[in-house]
Design a protein around this ligand. Sequence first.
Ligand code: UD2
Length: 325
Amino acid sequence: MTNLHGAGCVVTGVAGFVGSHLAERLVNIGCRVVGVDDFSSGREENIRSLKDSDRFALHNLSIRENGLIERLCDLHGNLQFCFHLAAIVSVPYSMSHPDETMDINFRATGALIRDAHRLGFKRFIFAGSAAEYGNDRRLPLREAYADGQTVHLSPYGRAKYLASTETAASPLGVALRFFNIYGPRQDPGSPYSGVISRFVDMALERKPLTIFGDGLQTRDFIYVSDVVEAYLAAAGLSMSNPIPPAGIYNVGTGQAVTIRQLADTIMNLAQYSEPVRFLPERPGDIRHSLADVHAFETAAGWRAQVPLSSGLRQTLLWAKKAEHE
Ligand code: UD2
């Protein structure tokens, strides 16, 4: 078991949806967190509660900053874990800005991991994505299916794949391939925002939920607190779990849900029953996505705990509260 007292952690993308939840949890278990964000998509309000903690420091910097890790080590001393979440997160943006996406989502990651290794970090955990599988139809998706033959549907997917591969090649590297993450703080703001954040927003505004296509497409939705626990397990910071070897691991629930079922569940929980609106299928959408979760279960003893209905209830509660703030 790792002694948690004062373990020093870098979290890039700390003001993002997932980064802020991860940083809160790390601070709560007694770690020191050095957060980095350039606020290109992160938000101040996500880290409001962290700012008062004497175990949290924030740097408004890009991950492309030369010598970033060394500078943070000079300022804060004894840093051992790097959780690298900062990235261009929009797939459409990656299509119109492929070079910038490669630079930030792939090359900058390589530089960070090399520096972390040189400076004696214990672990470097990278936020990979189900987009690394392209449109592979062999479900459930196993880690080995993404390889040199995979056709990626966007520079986002390609860059995540290259960065995961480079991470896993390092002795301290663990890449977690996240399926569809949802939960409080996910921004419903654009047509490409996560479907759950959009449906929750529409249900609370009493607007019809919009389904692209026939709604029989499926996804593997994972709640943000399960994702945070997966990060801790990957770092060896989970109390009783084995420390997984360097590598690439899927993080999902292993359960497929149709978009129609999802819409019904959200409307039920929100006590709202307007008929849904069917719109044309979204160009480039994949039909089904489902994680094979055995590898991480075996290596780290991790398994998703939060049932979809509970996660949705929490998300709705948060969104209702946020409406009134
Ligand atoms: C996810 C990622 C995307 C990329 C992709 C790779 C999110 C938010 N998006 O896209 O960035 O990594 O995976 O596979 O994690 N839908 C509706 N109505 C709506 C919104 C969405 O029917 O108002 C449908 C959408 O057409 C899709 C499904 O819901 O079939 C899920 O959409 P999504 O954008 O949440 O996630 P996904 O898996 O398409």
